[in-house]
Design a protein around this ligand. Sequence first.
Ligand code: NAG
Ligand code: NAG
Ligand code: NAG
Ligand code: NAG
Length: 367
Amino acid sequence: MNLLKAFLLSAFLHSTANTASIPFDHKPNDQQLANPNHGPVPGQDPLYSSYRGKAPPFPAYITDPIKPTADGPPGIDDLVWQNLLSAEWVIFSFYQKAVEMFNATAFVKAGYPNTTYDRIQEIRDNEAGHLRIFQNEITATSVKPGACKYSFPFDGPASFLALATVIEISSMTFLTGLVQMAKLPAAHGVMVAIASTETRHETWTLLEIWKTSPFAGPSDTVFPYANQILDLTNAFIVPGSCPPENPIYPSPRQNLPPFSPAGSTKSIEPGNNIVLNFTDPTNQPKFHRGVQYYATFFHGPSNISVPLDTTGWPHEDIKVRIPPQFEARGIIVAVVTDKMGASTLTTVKAGPLLLLEQPAGLGLMAL
Ligand SMILES: *[C@@H]1O[C@H](CO)[C@@H](O)[C@H](O)[C@H]1NC(C)=O
Ligand SMILES: *[C@@H]1O[C@H](CO)[C@@H](O)[C@H](O)[C@H]1NC(C)=O
Ligand SMILES: *[C@@H]1O[C@H](CO)[C@@H](O)[C@H](O)[C@H]1NC(C)=O
Ligand SMILES: *[C@@H]1O[C@H](CO)[C@@H](O)[C@H](O)[C@H]1NC(C)=O
C-alpha cells in the first residue's frame, strides 16, 4: 500500500483540480469494495461526472482484485461481468492516462475545442462509474478482477482522440455481443444502458472533435462474439502484469490470429480491396486444403460473407473487397471464417478486424 500512497500523493501534487471535492478514502482497502454500498454510488453521486483532477477517482485508485466474500457457485452472469470489468480497467486507464498526460492547453494548441480536456475528464469519470457498476454486478462468490499495467499507443492529442473514437464504438459493439452471452434480463438492461453511454461519448467526438455527422445509420453494428473483440485489448496490457487472482481475460479466450489490412492500403471504405496481413508471427492461421474460407463482414444488423482464395498463401496475398453495399458509417467488423455467415463461434478462424468508417479517413490512422 505504500507504493499506492506515494502515487496518490504525487498525483495530488501534480493535480490542477480543486482537490477539496475529491472523496478519497483515507485508508484504501480493497476488501471494503466488496460491499456495494461502500463509497460513491453511480447515478447518485456527482463524482462520476463532475470530478476534475489528475488523480484517479474512486474506485480506480484501489487496483487490487476484490476477493470473494462468500462460498458457493458463481452467479449466473459473473463470467460476463468479469470480462466486462477487465475490459473496463483497460478503457478507464486509457482515459486516465490522457488526463494525466495532457491539459486544457494541449488540446487547444492541437486545434481542438477549448472544452475538450474537460470532456475527457468527464468521460474518465463515467468510466470510473462503470468500474464500480461492474464490480457490484459480480456476486460475492466470484473474484472482481483488478487492474493490470497498460501501454497505449498515443503520444499526442490527435492520436489519443483517434484511438478514443475507435475504443468507444468498439465498446458499443462488444456490448451487443456480451448482452447475448448474459442470461439475466436485468443484466441485459444494464448493458444496454452502458452501450448507450459509450455511444454518447462517441457522438460527442463525432460532433465536436471531428465536425461530422453524429449518426451512424439506422443501427449500430451487432457482433455476437464479444470476447473476440475483448481479446484485441490484450494488445494494451503489459504481458504478465495482471494480478494472479484475475481470471484469464477474456474467458473463454480463443486466441485467434489477428489480422490487419497491409500497409499499402489506401482506404478501408466499402468497395475497396484490402490485403490481409496476419500480423502476429507466433500466431498464424492454418488454412486447410479443400476448405472454402470467407471474410465475413458485420455492419449494422447484418453480415456479408465474401469467399477468400487461400490456396497460394503465404506465398500469395489474400485479397478481399469490403462489401460495397455497406454504408460508410459507424464500424465494420471483419473475421475470417470457414462457413458463410459465421453462425457459430468456432467458425471464426482469425480476427476480428475493426474498420472504423466514421469519420472517413480516421479508420486507417487508427489501425
Ligand atoms: C499545460 O502543460 C504545459 C506543459 O506540458 C504547460 O506549459 C502549461 O502551462 C499547462 N497549462 C495549464 C493550463 O496548466
Ligand atoms: C472557448 O471557445 C469558445 C468558442 O470557440 C469561446 O466563446 C470561449 O470564450 C472560449 N473559452 C475560453 C475559456 O477560452
Ligand atoms: C504486416 O504486419 C507486420 C507486423 O505489424 C508488419 O511488420 C509488416 O510490415 C506488415 N506487412 C505489410 C505488407 O503490411
Ligand atoms: C449472418 O447472416 C446470416 C443471414 O444472412 C445469418 O444466418 C447468420 O446467423 C448471421 N451470422 C451471425 C453471427 O449473426
